[in-house]
Design a binder for this molecule. Structure first.
Ligand SMILES: Cc1cc2nc3c(=O)[nH]c(=O)nc-3n(C[C@H](O)[C@H](O)[C@H](O)COP(=O)(O)O)c2cc1C
Length: 134
């Protein structure tokens, strides 16, 4: 499991505005070659109805050509149709597609779900991905 980390910390307004304007937030260097992987799961939060900027940098830069990427999306309560569509459009540019998707309501400002509930959501999602066959 790898963690996508921003190079620079930003406040709420910059994060939200960055998402609205499709800004590229730099992420810390990581291995972005997924050619040897069959199953790829991206866990990401929603910012302003889109994948969070660091997740979008990943979607744009990772070598995911021809891959199916499963998305576990945390929100403050919002739906995930729009962020899934944005991720699908980013992936389509490299002939990659979105696989299984699920939403977990994690909280907005204040934590909504306990760590145990988040872990349970992760386990349920893993079972769903397994059931879908890579
Ligand atoms: C800048 C910003 C914008 C957000 N926009 C939305 C939104 O449009 N819809 C929503 O349901 N939650 C929104 N959220 C809440 C996040 O999705 C939520 O805090 C996140 O999923 C929690 O995961 P984390 O603790 O890993 O950040 C936003 C949060 C931030 C920081």
């Amino acid at each position: 499991m790898r963690r996508i980390e921003e190079k620079k910390q930003r406040g709420f307004l910059r994060m939200g505005w960055g998402s609205v304007t499709n800004a590229r937030f730099e992420i810390k260097p990581m291995d972005l070659d997924f050619s040897g992987y069959d199953t790829i799961v991206l866990c990401m939060p929603v910012w302003a109805d889109k994948p969070a900027c660091p997740a979008r940098t990943f979607l744009r830069d990772a070598r995911l050509d021809g891959k199916k990427v499963h998305l576990l999306i945390s929100t403050g309560g919002g739906e995930i149709d729009k962020p899934v569509a944005v991720a699908a459009a980013d992936l389509a540019k490299k002939n990659a597609t979105v696989g299984v998707t699920a939403r977990v309501i994690a909280g907005f400002g204040r934590k909504y779900a306990s760590d145990g509930e988040l872990e349970q959501a992760g386990r349920e999602f893993a079972a769903k991905v397994k059931g879908a066959g890579s």
